[in-house]
Ligand binder design. Structure first.
Ligand code: PLP
Length: 304
């Protein structure tokens, strides 16, 4: 028996807002809160459900039976998609970047029933040109295409719901960026007096400024900014400094991070706070976008 989208949604936990308490924050007089989307669901964690929900609804309304998308060998997006497909009784196909390898994430994808097709890095780049659900060339009638990271205007709708859940006042709202879709969703609905900050997880990511502006084209905003220099060497690259920071953060707060997105986000915020980027009395909310399954890619052998 398969679940409906509504039944699946009922299995989610609330995403709570947790204050981070530390002498460091007291010293600089700023408040830091984490919106714990990582607690939403053990598998469809973080921003994944937010970004997928309305696309899934769209696909189901169109009577599509196959969800097809793209990602790397540790992709959080494909991990969530494969699981969701299994729950909803939809076939899933994952186009995986690069040569065939074996990773814990890919093993999960197969266990969730996703068909894996490995594509060369060149072909993978071409796939990024297909930005809408019906743009995938030679797609079968029953297939629904989801661009990399689930990026689409429908994804913004789900992200907006998380902002609506925040009941208290705040000055700054922050998120790590891959495609910038989650950031665009936050900007599109955050109060105009709130500063919305994105932190690029990849190197040379200035293109994100255009991509995010494009997603906001119907209602441009100017209360946002993307920091491009907290990537620690590039996408999925890490530094000893980052790992040390993450370990300390977890010891102090009991909250797990991962080095690709949320570790870089929190590292950047602490650095900016220490540089007096924020004014005393400001309340910062950072989004914990989950993705902890990706930690399995960082063993003692891959740590710098
Ligand atoms: C854990 C995590 N955080 C943040 C992001 C960035 O999201 P976006 O691609 O919407 O910028 C991703 C990628 O989807 C992710 O997996």
């Amino acid at each position: 028996m398969h679940a409906t989208l509504e039944q699946l949604e009922r299995t989610f936990s609330p995403s709570i807002l947790t204050p981070i308490r530390s002498p460091f924050l007291e010293k600089y007089g700023v408040e830091l809160w984490l919106k714990r989307d990582d607690l939403l669901h053990p598998i469809i964690s973080g921003n994944k459900w937010r970004k997928l929900k309305y696309s899934l609804n769209h696909a189901l309304n169109l009577n599509k039976t196959t969800l097809i998308s793209m990602g790397g060998a540790y992709s959080n997006h494909l991990h969530a998609l494969a699981f969701v497909g299994k729950m909803l009784g939809l076939k899933t196909v994952g186009l995986i970047r690069g040569e065939e390898i074996d990773t814990p994430t890919l093993q999960d994808l197969k266990a969730f029933g996703m068909e894996l097709r490995f594509v060369s890095r060149g072909d993978y780049r071409t796939l990024r040109d297909y930005k809408t659900w019906d743009s995938f060339p030679n797609g079968a009638e029953n297939e629904y295409w989801l661009p990399e990271g689930g990026a689409s205007t429908l994804a913004l709708q789900g992200v907006r719901e998380l902002v609506d859940e925040i009941e208290q006042d705040y000055d700054v709202l922050c998120v790590a960026c891959g495609t910038g879709t989650t950031l665009a969703g936050l900007i599109s609905v955050a109060p105009e007096n709130v500063e919305v900050l994105g932190f690029a997880a990849l190197k040379n990511a200035a293109f994100l400024n255009q991509d995010v502006a494009q997603l906001l084209v119907e209602k441009p905003r100017d209360n946002w900014r993307i920091f491009l220099d907290y990537h620690h060497g590039g996408f999925a690259k890490t530094t000893v400094e980052l790992h040390t920071f993450m370990a300390d953060f977890t010891v102090q707060t009991g909250i797990l991070l991962e080095p690709i997105y949320t570790g870089k986000l929190l590292f950047a915020l602490v650095d900016l706070i220490a540089k007096n980027h924020f004014s005393r009395g400001q309340r910062i909310i950072a989004l914990h976008t989950g993705g902890l399954q990706g930690n399995r890619g960082f063993t003692h052998k891959t740590l710098p």
